[in-house]
Design a protein around this ligand. Structure first.
Ligand code: ZN
Length: 261
């Protein structure tokens, strides 16, 4: 089976007015977007910029998000998988996830919500200190497909600035809430140097189907170069934590190496 066939069979999506809505996060409820942003001239970000300083590192505009790990990250003779966690940081669940990852000596990519990152800078720093990658997931978990470009820009920029100010490094990975991508999102991401990252394995843990279901869905769907979606915030994630305890060691025993997205 080709990579494209494999991905196509796994993704659950609807096409609405040119937008691709993937199933992740679909059951979440989040507060309304923040206030209307101001506009700022672009400049190169210092190590710890003030909140109003916009990140600027333009990259080519993507036509679609990345669904699988790049072939360049594949390793000869072994399978690779990228574990991703959205909607944190959460003071209850993020430390539990970190403990599991630490136990098995694997790293993951956390797509954090700006508001939560601002409320829990210690958790953001603990992610970085443990060697995990931190991307952003908007400021307020807004559905970007409903917003004009300036608000899309604000949602992305404010989260990027918060993580930059907290860690001293500008994140460069972005995931749209609800998998709600649009050309505007890709354009704004490109202007801020943000690569858009989706997934090809969604166990729908946000729908709390039970830890066994979450784990079996991951193990049934995963393949070489998969990007697996899970959540460490946004609700009761005890089932996700329990599922991770099961499927992470199974993946390791199956020969998978954990890599970045
Ligand atoms: Zn989300």
């Amino acid at each position: 089976m080709t990579q494209r066939q494999r991905c196509g069979s796994r993704r659950v999506f609807l096409t609405l007015g040119g937008l691709t809505l993937l199933s992740g996060c679909a059951g979440e409820r989040r507060p309304a977007p923040g206030p209307t942003p101001g506009t700022h001239p672009p400049s190169s970000p210092p190590a710890s910029p003030p909140p109003s300083s916009p990140p600027s590192r333009r990259i080519p505009v993507q036509k679609e998000p990345r669904y699988v790990v790049p072939a360049s990250s594949a390793r000869k003779g072994s399978k690779v998988v990228a574990l991703t966690l959205d909607d944190g940081p959460d003071p209850t669940y993020t430390p539990q996830v970190l403990a599991i990852l630490r136990k098995y000596h694997v790293t993951a990519t956390f797509f954090v919500i700006g508001k939560s990152a601002a409320a829990h800078p210690d958790l953001i720093r603990s992610l970085v200190d443990a060697g995990h990658a931190v991307g952003t997931h908007t400021w307020s978990h807004a559905n970007l497909s409903n917003l004009p470009a300036p608000k899309v820009r604000h949602e992305i920029r404010r989260a990027v600035e918060t993580v930059t100010a907290t860690t001293g490094r500008m994140p460069d990975l972005f995931r749209a809430p609800y998998g709600s991508w649009s050309r505007t999102v890709f354009q704004e991401c490109a202007a801020m140097g943000q690569t858009s990252i989706a997934w090809d394995v969604d166990p729908r843990d946000w729908d709390t189907p039970g830890s066994q279901h979450i784990s079996s869905r991951v193990l049934d769907q995963v393949g070489n170069r998969s990007i697996v979606l899970n959540h460490d915030g946004g609700g009761d994630r005890s089932q996700t934590v329990q599922a991770l305890r099961h499927f992470v060691p199974v993946l390791i025993d199956s020969g998978y190496k954990f890599v970045g997205v």
